[in-house]
Design a protein around this ligand. Structure first.
Ligand code: 13P
Length: 339
C-alpha cells in the first residue's frame, strides 16, 4: 500500500468546487433508465449515452471523478479513445464500481448483503491496468419495522471494510458507501438514528481491518425523512441533522464525504449540499457523488436522438455547475434560471 498515492488521489477527487459523477449503473439499472425514455438497452446505446456525458465540454471544471461500470471501463468514445483515457485527459479521475450488487441476506427477513469479495484482489489489479484509480462498493440498508437488524448492519460493515482494505492494498482509493434507503414512511429522526448505527459499525470495521482513513472517501445518504412520510423536513433541518450525525460518527481524518442523491429531486440534492457547506468549515470536505441528481435532466433531454445531444449535454453541464457551486457553499436558487 502506498499511503501517499492514496492520500493524493483522495485529495484530487475532493478538489474545491468539484464532485463525482456516478455513471456506474449496472446493466439492469441502466436498462431501467433507458427504458424510461423509450431507448433500448443495447451495448451501443449504453456507449452512446456515456459518450454524451463524458464528452461534455467544460464539465471538468465541476467534476473531479467519474465512477464507471465494468462494461464502460472497457468501452471507447466515438473517436476510439478508451473512456478512462478520455476522462483522464480532461483531468477527471476514472473510478470503477466493484461490488456485484445487493443479494438476499441468508436467514433474514428481506434484508440485503452486498456481494463481490471473491476474486476482488485480481479484479482490482485488472481495473487499475485499465486506468481506474478509485472504486465504489455500495451496501444497502432498508428501514422498516424491526429493520435494519444488527445482523444486517454488521455483515455489510464487514464487507465494506474488506473491500476497502483490498482497494488500499492495490493503491485504489475506496469509496465506502453504506446507503440507508429513503424508501418508507419513517421520519427524519429515525433516519438519523439508523444512519448513526450504520456509520458507527462501518468505522469500527474499517478500523479493525486497518483501513487508512486518510486514503478513503465516505459516500453516505443525507439525513432525510422517508419518501412516503407526510412530515418532510425542510432544507435547514436536513442540513443540521446530517451534519450532527456525521460529526458524531465520521472521524476528522476522513478527507471527504461525497453524498449520494438516493432519489431526491435534482434541485433539492443541490440545495441540501449547499446548505451544509454554507455552515462550514467542517472537519472533512463535503461534496457530491450523484447519479440520478446529475443525470436525470440530461437523460430526459436526450431521448436517444443524436440531434438532442447538445441539449442533453447542456442539461448535464448545468447540474454539474450548480452542484460544483454547492460543494463550495456558493449555490443560489437563481442559478437554476440560467441555462
Ligand atoms: P444516486 O445519486 O442516484 O443515488 O446514485 C449514486 C450512487 O452511486 C448510488 O450507488
Amino acid at each position: 500500500m502506498n499511503s501517499e498515492t492514496l492520500t493524493r488521489t483522495a485529495q484530487e477527487i475532493m478538489a474545491d468546487g468539484k464532485g463525482i459523477l456516478a455513471a456506474d449503473e449496472s446493466t439492469g439499472t441502466i436498462t431501467k433508465r433507458l427504458s424510461s425514455i423509450d431507448v433500448e438497452s443495447t451495448e451501443g446505446n449504453r456507449q452512446a449515452y456515456r459518450n454524451l456525458l463524458f464528452t461534455t465540454e467544460g464539465v471538468a471544471q465541476h467534476i473531479s471523478g467519474v465512477i464507471l461500470y465494468e462494461e464502460t471501463l472497457y468501452q471507447a468514445a466515438d473517436d476510439g479513445t478508451p473512456f478512462p483515457k478520455l476522462l483522464a485527459d480532461q483531468g477527471i479521475v476514472p473510478g470503477i464500481k466493484v461490488d456485484k450488487g445487493a443479494k438476499p441476506l441468508a436467514l433474514s427477513g428481506d434484508e440485503k448483503i452486498t456481494e463481490g469479495l471473491d476474486g476482488l484482489r485480481e479484479r482490482l489489479a485488472d481495473y487499475a491496468k485499465a486506468g481506474a484509480r478509485f472504486a465504489k462498493w455500495r451496501a444497502v440498508i432498508d428501514i422498516a419495522d424491526d429493520q435494519p437488524t444488527d445482523y444486517c448492519i454488521d455483515v455489510n460493515a464487514n464487507a465494506l471494510a474488506r473491500y476497502a482494505a483490498l482497494c488500499q492494498e492495490a493503491d485504489i482509493v475506496p469509496i465506502v458507501e453504506p446507503e440507508v434507503l429513503m424508501d418508507g414512511g419513517h421520519d427524519i429522526a429515525v433516519c438519523e438514528a439508523v444512519t448513526g448505527r450504520v456509520l458507527k459499525a462501518v468505522f469500527d470495521a474499517l478500523n479493525t481491518q486497518q483501513v487508512m482513513l486518510e486514503g478513503m472517501l465516505l459516500k453516505p445518504n443525507m439525513i432525510i425523512a422517508g419518501k412516503k412520510s407526510a412530515r418532510q423536513a425542510d432544507v435547514d433541518a436536513v442540513a443540521e441533522a446530517t451534519l450532527r450525525c456525521l460529526k458524531r460518527y465520521v472521524p476528522a481524518s476522513v478527507p471527504g464525504i461525497v453524498f449520494l442523491s438516493g432519489g431526491q429531486s435534482d434541485e433539492l440534492a443541490t440545495a441540501h449540499l449547499d446548505a451544509m457547506n454554507k455552515r462550514g468549515p467542517h472537519p472533512w470536505k463535503l461534496s457530491f457523488s450523484y447519479g440520478r441528481a446529475l443525470q436525470a435532466p440530461a437523460l430526459a433531454a436526450w431521448r436517444g436522438e443524436p440531434e438532442n445531444v447538445p441539449a442533453a449535454q447542456a442539461a448535464y453541464l448545468k447540474r454539474a455547475r450548480n452542484n460544483g457551486a454547492a460543494a463550495a457553499g456558493r449555490y443560489e436558487s437563481t442559478m437554476e434560471n440560467v441555462a
